[in-house]
Design a protein around this ligand. Sequence first.
Ligand code: SAH
Length: 362
Amino acid sequence: MQEIRELSLPELREKMRELSEKPFRAEQIYSWLHERLCASFDEMSNLSLPLREKLREHFRLFLPEPVRILSSSLDGTRKFIFRLEDGHIIESVFMRYRHGNTVCISSQVGCRMGCRFCASTLEGLARNLSAAEMLTQVYQIQRLLGERISNVVVMGSGEPLDNYENLTKFVRMISDERGLHLSQRNLTVSTCGLVPELLRLSEEGFQLTLALSLHAPKDEIRRRLMPIAARYPLSELLPAVRHYFERTGRRVSFEYSVVRDLNDTKEEAEALSTLLKKLRDGGEGSAGQQKGFPLHVNLIPVNPIRERSWERPERRRIEDFQHVLEKNGISATIRREMGADISGACGQLRRDYLGEKRCETN
Ligand code: SAH
């Protein structure tokens, strides 16, 4: 049976025809699903009981079930562990910023990219999330907290561009004026840099913000952190990023997880500045002609995970790194840690939860 939130409005209209219902029912149902964020067919009070019954017979309707919610008393951050319909566990995070409420969602159960410092990839990929499973992380959090979500970042577990079809469907649906109608400018997709998919994304006509996980200015160091760097060297990746900007006009942010004694030296900061300036100014030869490629560096002090020995540099060292970038005209911020009192970095909360459950059943 199909999950009803997987259907676009035209698809839902078609289904109504198949079920011998009036096509305009599709608009009503779509609104219950994507605007009013209903949890069951019973809530669809402007539909007759027989129609609700018919829908129940033909479709699934599921919201992820919160099995644990951690609330920060420092800044209102909330971390959610959700159980999906087939029992898989994912995590999502709610953060309150001055510019609005932000939700960070997962795009896959696990991940197969293998980045060395990341907890989400330790057991590989279990499966992709469907578009509905991405949407309903946001819907469920908005329901549970009763607060409007204005920004979504696809920066949780998983590699979004490794789940391309579902990701792009999710982008269309969450920004649809008949749904949450979230501005695509308030939607950020973070990728480790899958070049073919990045080029394809450039042509979708979206207004997304791209976050590129760079983590090193040189292939040699990048390969030590991210296996994907062996497939796509910077000489292929950076032109693809520039292409994304040229096609969309959108600013790109570069994620840089700072790891002690690995990518945190002054030399790396200088190399990163040179690399990004060259990218911004359109490469050698045309320097200065294409000014205005707005790029930004987010420095993320690495969250050490139990399974690996990476360490976070001292604060001073990260600030020095930032200053080198700024001195070179590259804007950079050090990511503020949200919900520090409910810590458990990206993907680790889920691992903790799964670990506990395993202990309980043994
Ligand atoms: N697969 C996507 C999105 C998921 S991770 C990507 O690679 O961008 C979101 C960001 O958090 C990425 O920049 C990722 O490299 C970073 N990250 C993951 N685990 C981390 C950790 N333990 N410490 C610091 N940054 C981490």
